[in-house]
Design a protein around this ligand. Structure first.
Ligand code: AP5
Length: 222
């Protein structure tokens, strides 16, 4: 009698470390990592009409309309691997309408992780962020530098990773975060995301282990 796969959401301001923690969580727990921002960037890269509309919003740091994002996330959640392994949803929901849509489709998370990071740290993290297009790995020039010269030479930067644009993304985040949080209060764990990535992961890991141990009793009813 195999335990039900866990369903986890991770939320936090831009550059709070969601993608970085998801990589560490996935390595240990083998959940399927579904990042709304990555799905959108793939659509932008594919040059579709939805991708074109999404990019316009992303460049302004605004939320992409629900009719694009909701279906995209729903379809990914319904794929067999998400159902079998459990999922780790990153950057979704970002509004109460997105949270309600998920609920209506019958997706109920077991845990909602909120990464808390002071605003002054976020800008520093954004401007130093680099991505490896070959492995998809996230680096930071100062905090998480590439391992080799070869990797360093091929790193790229996201089109919305400037100080000006992260401030716009932050405004959008601050406007929406309370409404989303209030829907998951009973299953929320707040994590200090300002520490080094290993120490942030240790907090998340202990919440996930506790959840596994409880045989998935919702945190709020412990
Ligand atoms: P999205 O791609 O989700 O961007 P975001 O929320 O701004 O978050 P980031 O990806 O920038 O940061 P992160 O928290 O993953 O941090 P990371 O681990 O990389 O969304 C982009 C856009 O898409 C949105 O603006 C919106 O337009 C649209 N969108 C997305 N979802 C949507 C939705 N649901 N609805 C509508 N629109 C949507 O870390 C950042 C840097 O810091 C890295 O360099 C990393 O190495 C470093 N770092 C990480 N952790 C640490 C640490 N502990 N110590 C030191 N450095 C660290």
């Amino acid at each position: 009698n195999k335990a039900e796969p866990l369903k986890v959401m991770i939320s936090g301001a831009p550059a709070s470390g969601k993608g970085t923690q998801c990589e560490l969580i996935r390595r240990k727990y083998d959940f399927v990592h579904i990042a709304a921002g990555d799905l959108l960037r793939a659509e932008v890269a594919a040059g579709t009409e939805n991708g074109r509309r999404a990019k316009e919003c992303m460049e302004k740091g605004q939320l992409v309309p629900d009719e694009i994002v909701v279906m995209m996330v729903k379809e990914r959640l319904l794929l067999p691997d998400s159902q079998e392994k459990g999922w780790l949803l990153d950057g979704y929901p970002r509004s109460s309408s997105q949270a309600n849509a998920l609920k209506e489709f019958g997706f109920q998370p077991d845990l909602f992780i909120l990464l808390e990071v002071p605003e002054e740290i976020l800008v520093d993290r954004v401007v130093g962020r680099r991505l490896d297009p070959v492995t998809g790995k996230i680096y930071h020039l100062k905090y998480s530098p590439p391992e080799t010269q070869e990797i360093a030479a091929r790193l790229t930067q996201r089109f919305d990773d400037t100080e000006e644009k992260v401030k716009l993304r932050l405004l959008t985040h601050n406007k929406n975060v309370e409404a989303v949080l209030s829907m998951y209060e009973d299953i929320t764990v707040k994590v200090d995301g300002s520490l080094c990535k290993e120490d942030v992961f240790a907090q998340i890991d202990s919440a996930l282990r506790a959840l596994r141990k409880q045989g998935q009793t919702p945190l709020g009813s412990l």
